[in-house]
Design a protein around this ligand. Structure first.
Ligand code: FAD
Length: 472
């Protein structure tokens, strides 16, 4: 038997195990080594007022096939659900204002998309109208998305649209995140034509028209996905097993696990590193030092989610006119929360399980603002409640609250990220039987993690040829 070891039991690790299983090879055994007591990584469901709520990822992009296909393949097809509403607001200028639809990360295809929304002032709207005729150098190399957008469209659109949208995905800063990595659909256009507005119009026109809902979730929580995938993969799962070192030997790989006083060695013919960049960097230090150095440069934002269950019967505690699925908060507003989701309005399955309750989930924390998370759970709950009350009027005493802190939650795709990932992949590919997968590389959404897992599985299978190998 050949042994493949996967380091990390998040969605990327579990999906890698699934794709290895799909290859139909009877000569392989697959083991997932997970450092924490549970598999799932950033997918996790916990109880709030006796109801399961997602404390990490809560939605999968449905317009990319990878995540929903995987959910179906492992028997969760019947549990797939779509949001009842996805329209969101921006909390700015003293109120909740509709987030314009049909922009690309806040960049409109023309000024009419933002003209009446009340988020941008007349100068910004006029600038959007004039921008296609503005001369300027096309994009060369990579730049910070915020800097490029500010140069072409002004600071206001960066502060009030781009920042809150990037905050929702990366918990990062527009002036540091890579244009190339965060809006690849615009970057390609900008290399020959500097206009952002025209690039957004072209990206919209090129996007396949589809009536399919944009997002999907799971009845009972997206946190169900990883355990289901791991189980369907047939892999051996070992939790509480942190891998501390990786070395090559004459026949394959050795992984060092266990506490320093009682180390244990796991042998493998091939290894998939499906852990975040920092542990991946440490493990690659001697095996692929160049890739390790590049991985060490990928920074992470930490954040917390705060879920609150408010009784709706209580007089006037919950306003009846909450619009859409929630709101985003521009950092310039200097509030504590960066976003809030009216979870039981967004997800019908949650509303059914929580009659008489409004479940809201707020998030706090951006890249390099870890001090915001050094407060007690009670203080985070109080900050979320204050902001929710000020933005929406939701008041009263929650019947239950749940704080989940995510240290090293979201990788920051800084300027030059794509080139860095190319170098990492080249360094890893030079070591047959080794592959990397996960949020650090080509996208941090669940479908992108699944896609990276599939590539990693293909890569390690290629290093372990067997008669009758099926392609996956
Ligand atoms: C609060 C929050 C909300 C999000 N919302 C969404 C959303 O709605 N939709 C969406 O698509 N994405 C969302 N994301 C992003 C997405 O959830 C993550 O990018 C994705 O789940 C990462 O998966 P992964 O397998 O790459 O890494 P992880 O989930 O981080 O899993 C890696 C695993 O490796 C383990 N590990 C680390 N080091 C070692 C070691 N040395 N030995 C053994 N094990 C190790 C860790 O314990 C962890 O379990 C969200 C993320 C967060 C934090």
């Amino acid at each position: 038997m050949r042994e493949i070891v996967i380091v990390g039991g998040g969605i990327a690790g579990a999906a890698a195990a699934w794709f290895l299983h799909q290859a139909g090879r009877t000569d392989l055994t697959v083991t997932i080594l997970e450092g924490s007591p549970r598999i799932g990584g950033k997918l996790a469901t916990a109880e709030l007022a006796g109801i399961p709520v997602d404390t990490g990822a809560e939605a999968m992009l449905n317009r990319r096939p990878e995540a929903v296909d995987l959910a179906r393949a492992v028997g969760l097809g019947d549990a797939l659900r779509h949001p009842a509403t996805t329209s969101a607001s921006v909390w700015t200028r003293g109120g909740l204002r509709p987030l314009p639809a049909g922009t690309v990360m806040g960049i409109p295809a023309d000024e009419s998309a933002v003209a009446d929304g009340g988020i941008l002032g007349p100068d910004s709207i006029a600038r959007i109208g004039a921008e296609p005729d503005e001369p300027g150098p096309p994009l060369s190399g990579d730049v910070a998305i915020g800097k490029y957008v500010e140069r072409r469209l002004g600071r206001e659109i960066v502060d009030l649209l781009l920042e809150p949208l990037l905050g929702g995905v990366y918990a990062g800063h527009a002036d540091e995140l890579s244009l190339e990595a965060t809006v690849p659909q615009l970057a390609a256009q900008l290399r020959s034509d500097p206009s952002l507005v025209r690039a957004a119009a072209r990206a919209k026109a090129a996007a396949p028209t589809s009536d399919a809902p944009v997002f999907a979730g799971l009845d009972g929580g997206v946190g169900r996905l990883v355990p289901a995938v791991a189980e369907a993969s047939g892999a051996v799962v070992r939790t509480d097993t942190t891998v501390r070192a990786l070395a090559r030997n004459a026949t394959g790989w050795e992984l060092l696990t266990g506490p320093t006083r009682a180390p244990a060695t796991v042998r493998a013919d091939a290894v998939v590193l499906a852990c975040p960049a920092r542990p991946a960097s440490r493990l690659l230090e001697t095996v692929a030092p160049g890739a390790a150095a590049d991985l060490a440069e990928i920074e992470y934002a930490s954040m917390a989610t705060i879920a609150l269950a408010y009784p709706v019967q209580q007089d006037s505690a919950v306003p009846a006119d909450l619009a859409g699925s929630g709101f985003l908060v521009p950092p310039v507003e200097r509030r504590s929360i960066k976003a809030a989701t009216y979870s039981s309005r967004k997800w019908g399955w949650l509303a059914e399980r929580a009659p008489g309750l409004l479940i809201v989930r707020a998030s706090i924390g951006r890249h390099r603002e870890e001090a915001d998370l050094q407060r007690s759970d009670e203080e985070l709950v109080a900050a979320a409640r204050d902001d929710l009350a000020a933005a929406t009027g939701i008041a009263g005493e929650p019947v239950d609250t749940l704080v989940q802190r995510w240290g090293g939650a979201l990788p920051q795709y800084a300027v030059g990220h794509r080139a860095r990932v190319e170098r990492i992949r080249a360094g890893v590919a030079a070591q047959p039987g080794l592959a990397v997968a996960g949020a650090a590389y080509d996208g941090l959404g669940i479908p992108a993690c699944v896609a990276s897992a599939r590539s990693a599985a293909t890569q390690v299978l290629a290093a372990l040829p067997a008669a009758g190998t099926m392609t996956i």
